[in-house]
Design a protein around this ligand. Sequence first.
Ligand code: 8YV
Length: 335
Amino acid sequence: MANIEPIDLLMPAPLPRLIQEALEGRFRIHRLYAAADQDALLTQVGARVRAIATGVPVLTEDVKAPVDGALMARLPQLEIVANLGVGYDNIDAQAACARGVIVTNTPDVLTEETADTAFGLILNAVRQLSRAERWLRAGHWRTGQFPASASLRGRTIGILGLGRIGKAIARRAEAFGVRVIYHNRKPDPAAPYEWRDSPVALAADCDILVVATPGGAQTRHIVDAQVLDALGPDGVFINIARGSTVDEKALVTALRERRILTAGLDVFADEPNVPEELIAMEHVVLLPHVGSASQPTRDAMCQLVIDNLFAWADGREILTPVAETPWKLPPKQAQ
Ligand code: 8YV
């Protein structure tokens, strides 16, 4: 092993130490985010880079690092892009497919954690728990009574995107005695819930609309003013998917005008920038994209990134390629 030449790997965005330490030695990491002159770094090492490791949550306002066709064009030897996160809308998977580059993500290991967060948001938004706690801490209990909230009892949860995470949310809803309906492009014959043929129809027939779709162009603004109006003045909107799935301006307007009751949001259109108007709304629950962010789950996600990269480096079958690049071995290596 000592004689093996390290593989050049590009890291467009900073990743947790667990990943960085595990890769050191076998990989030569080029930290694009830390380069004073990114263009110069790409010119210098681009032709040698065979792998990318990246992720969404670590991005800040200053470090937006999409892995797009333009970047891939500068990396002619690229074979794999390993993403920390189940969502990979930060990567142009079609462009990767066209180049025979495998994209991997981190499904399954974060499903239950993210569903827990979704349910926390649902309970919090419906019962106004964060607001009640702020009220207590501010000393108001000595002189008054916190107003009664809405209830989960007898309500219907509408899941937009009944995939792995959507199903885990639905299972929780069942345990809470709450009815579930859903919308996917096509009905899922194995799903024991009623299907609705559009986001508007789903919103019209539920009380709590939960978005659990992937992000990206296909689901951009899938929740718009019309969907929010269909949800109605007693409706609760929950998003643990991607900020891009909702027209955020329409959401702010609907909340301001009380055309929906409240919202619980873990994701935003331009993270980490949250619209001031949302921050000022006491009845809305806002989280800093922590859906999967427990330490054990984040560690499991990191390990899957590491395992995918080492499997590829060793010529073993890759564990979790995404749908657009379903190869277990990169076409370039299999040739
Ligand atoms: C993380 C997520 O914030 O997995 C996802 O798609 O949004 C979250 O788990 C992040 O993407 C991890 O990189």
